[in-house]
Design a protein around this ligand. Structure first.
Ligand code: COI
Length: 354
C-alpha cells in the first residue's frame, strides 16, 4: 500500500524551541491515518496535517472503549542518527492488544513503514537534548456507529508524535508510590496485559487518591487476593533485594513492558541474578524494614527507568535507600539510554536507525 502524503503549511512545520518539554502536550505537524472497513480491510493510508478528527456521536469507541494503543520513542543520537527502540516489539504488542480487543491486526512491516515515514517527515521535531525524545503514539479505535454492544466493523489506525521530556515532574529523581488496597486495576482473565484505554480509565480514581496524599503513582496489587505486587500506574516495577533483582512474573494482568524485558535481558548480560516471580507486598515491606531492599525502580517507555524512593502501605510511608537513586538503578538507566542515544554499542540489536 502506498501512503498518500498531504503536507502541512510551511509555517506550521517549523519546530519550536524545546526548552521546557513536559510529557505529551505538543504535537508534530503531521499524523498518519488509515481506515478499516469490514470486507475491504485496511485501506487508504494517508499522512495529513495534524488536526481534530470527526467522529459520529455513536462511534463504538466513545461508549464501549474498543480501542488500543502503543507508546514508543524516536531518539536523536549523539552521532546525529535517529533511532527507534525495539519498534517491532511494540508493533507486535499492538497486534496482541488488537487480538484481545477484537480489533483487526495490522501488517507489522507496513506499520513500521508508516511510523518511519511519519517520523522522518517530522524529524526536525525530535528534541536533541538527552532525556528528551519524540514519543510515538500509534492507536486504533472503533468508529462504527451503533449503540449496540458489538465488535465494530470499522476502525481508524492513527499515529501521532509528541516531543517529550521526562514523564515525571521528578525527572530521574526518586518518585513516591502509594499502594491501594481499595481499588484494583486488572484481574485474571481481564484486559490488564494489553494496552487498552479502559485499564487506564480504571486507574484514575486510585491515582487521584494517591496524588491527594502526595504520591506520584499507584502501586497495584493483584485483583484476586490483593496480596501480590503487579505494576505501577504507567510502569512495571523492579525490586533489588540483597541477593537478587526481582520483578512480578507476568500473571495475565500485568503489562509485558518492553523496557521491563530490556532490563531482564540486560541483567542477565551483566551477570546480575534476576527473577520474574510472585512478590507479595508483605515481602517488600519486611525487606524495607529489615534493610534488605536495596533499591526499587519502575520501567516503561514513557518513564524509562524511574527510581522509587518511598512506598506508602496502609497509610504508612516506607523509605527505600534513604530516598536516593540506587547504583544499580543508575546503571540500568545509563546503559539503556546509552543504547537509545547511540552512545554505546547496541549488542542486543534493539535499535533501528532510520
Ligand atoms: C508508555 O510508557 O509508553 C505508556 O504507555 C505509559 C503511558 C500510559 C504514558
Amino acid at each position: 500500500m502506498e501512503i498518500e502524503i498531504h503536507l502541512a503549511k510551511p509555517e506550521d512545520r517549523k519546530a519550536p524551541n524545546f526548552d521546557k518539554l513536559v510529557f505529551g502536550k505538543i504535537f508534530t505537524p503531521h499524523m498518519f491515518v488509515m481506515k478499516y472497513e469490514e470486507g475491504k480491510g485496511w485501506h487508504s493510508p494517508k499522512i495529513i496535517p495534524f488536526s481534530n478528527i470527526e467522529l459520529h456521536p455513536a462511534a463504538i469507541v466513545l461508549h464501549y472503549s474498543q480501542t488500543i494503543f502503543e507508546g514508543m520513542k524516536a531518539y536523536f543520537g549523539v552521532d546525529g542518527k535517529i533511532r527507534l527502540f525495539r519498534p517491532f516489539d511494540h508493533i507486535n504488542r499492538l497486534n496482541r492488544s488488537a487480538d484481545r480487543m477484537c480489533i483487526p491486526q495490522v501488517d507489522p512491516n507496513f506499520a513500521f513503514e508508516a511510523i518511519k515515514t511519519l517520523v522522518l517527515l517530522d524529524k526536525d521535531w525530535i528534541p536533541k537534548q538527552k532525556g528528551s525524545a519524540l514519543y510515538i503514539r500509534p492507536f486504533i479505535f472503533a468508529t462504527e456507529n451503533t449503540l449496540g454492544v458489538k465488535v465494530s466493523h470499522e476502525y481508524l489506525f492513527m499515529i501521532i508524535l509528541s516531543p517529550v521530556g521526562p514523564y515525571y515532574a521528578e525527572g530521574f529523581n526518586p518518585v513516591k508510590i502509594y499502594v491501594t488496597e481499595e481499588y484494583v486495576r486488572a484481574c485474571p482473565g481481564g484486559t490488564g496485559e494489553v494496552k487498552t484505554g479502559g485499564n487506564y480509565a480504571a486507574s484514575l480514581k486510585a491515582q487521584a487518591v494517591a496524588q491527594q496524599k502526595g504520591y506520584t503513582q499507584v502501586l497495584w496489587l493483584d485483583g484476586k487476593e490483593r496480596k501480590y505486587v503487579e505494576e505501577v500506574g504507567s510502569m512495571n516495577i523492579f525490586f533489588y533485594f540483597s541477593d537478587e533483582l526481582a520483578t512480578p512474573a507476568l500473571s495475565g494482568s500485568i503489562l509485558p513492558g518492553i523496557t521491563r524485558d530490556s532490563v531482564l535481558k540486560l541483567a542477565s548480560h551483566l551477570g546480575i541474578p534476576a527473577k520474574e516471580r510472585k512478590i507479595s507486598i508483605d515481602e517488600v515491606i519486611s525487606a524495607i524494614q529489615e534493610g534488605r531492599l536495596k533499591e526499587c525502580f519502575g520501567t516503561g517507555t514513557a518513564a524509562v527507568i524511574s527510581p522509587v524512593g518511598e512506598i506508602c502501605y496502609k497509610d504508612k510511608p516506607y523509605v527505600i535507600g534513604q530516598g536516593q537513586t540506587g547504583e544499580l538503578t543508575k546503571k540500568f538507566f545509563d546503559y539503556i539510554t546509552g543504547i537509545q542515544y547511540g552512545e554505546r554499542e547496541d549488542e542486543f540489536n534493539w535499535t533501528v536507525v532510520l
